[in-house]
Design a binder for this molecule. Sequence first.
Ligand code: FAD
Length: 312
Amino acid sequence: LQKNREANGTSKATFSFEFFVPKTSQGVQNLYDRMDRMYQTHPQFIDITWNAGGRLSQLSTELVSTSQSVLGLETCMHLTCTNMPRQLIDDALQKAYESGCQNILALRGDAPITSSEWKPCEGGFTYAKDLVRYIREKYGDHFDIGVAGYPEGHPEEEASPKLVQYLKEKVDAGADFIITQMFYDADNFIEWCRQVRAAGIEVPIIPGIMPITTYAAFLRRSSWCQINVPEAFMAKLDPVKDDDQAVREVGTELVAQMCQKLLDSGYVTHLHMYTMNLEKACIMVLDRLGLLSEDEDIFRDEVVPMPWRKSL
Ligand code: FAD
């Protein structure tokens, strides 16, 4: 991989970390400690997820504010627009604005676990594109806005051409970048990128990368997101499935090879790591790719442009 990286000039690839909001105050403290440690690896940004329906919304906005204005991390706030009063959306955007946060991942959100079908709440938004448009109308160009992409379809819509069209509508509404659902099928992702570009979508595509921590978690997450697991993954992971350390090592190799293939495809220059609030497996993948700096202080004071920000 190291050789490949040098040969293909992909050493400039950047990366980011996604964290979710813990449920307890001890969990929040642990997360701050982890964010602080992971900051040492120089992620280009971090993002904080939003709980469906705005649960823990105050904690989410506090985390965004602390990470952006106290820890000094470029932060992206996820925001869903379903099953939530408009006031909650307005408050979240205002708090993000006041903290200096400039990045929002605008999402529709899922149905609450108690309901099988998604329904818009009265007077609320129907699709993520409505939220994108709303943020643009209210805040002009202050926020860079990201939207979700689904290389292997969405549980409510599997047909790829339609999904690419819906993605285009979100970008046309004002989105600046796309972050994708997790996947392990690099070939499918590269073909999807080709379709996205062919549809006239030109904004940066950021692949969502889920490192492999344990065999059970790997199977559970793949099944939850309804994604294809390539045979090569099963063939290498199945024989070591009862040995967590071996799963992590083999998984690191598989995920790093996949990432290298994505970078070599020329469609992506940035990897977005789904940390699940754990650092080890992410760091192993980035290290395997040779993306971790050996110099602790390098770039510390330098402005590294966001993958989608044209103005810098
Ligand atoms: P949309 O793009 O609005 O699409 C929703 C559905 O409507 C899709 O099935 C789509 O095919 C369909 N659709 C879109 N436009 C049209 C149209 N014009 N006509 C007909 N049908 C249409 N969820 C959370 O609760 N919190 C998070 O923090 C969070 N973060 C995420 C991060 C990423 C990178 C991704 C990929 C997903 C995330 N999700 C999160 C999950 C997301 O909320 C769900 O996948 C949700 O079901 C769809 O959200 P969306 O923004 O893609 O919606």
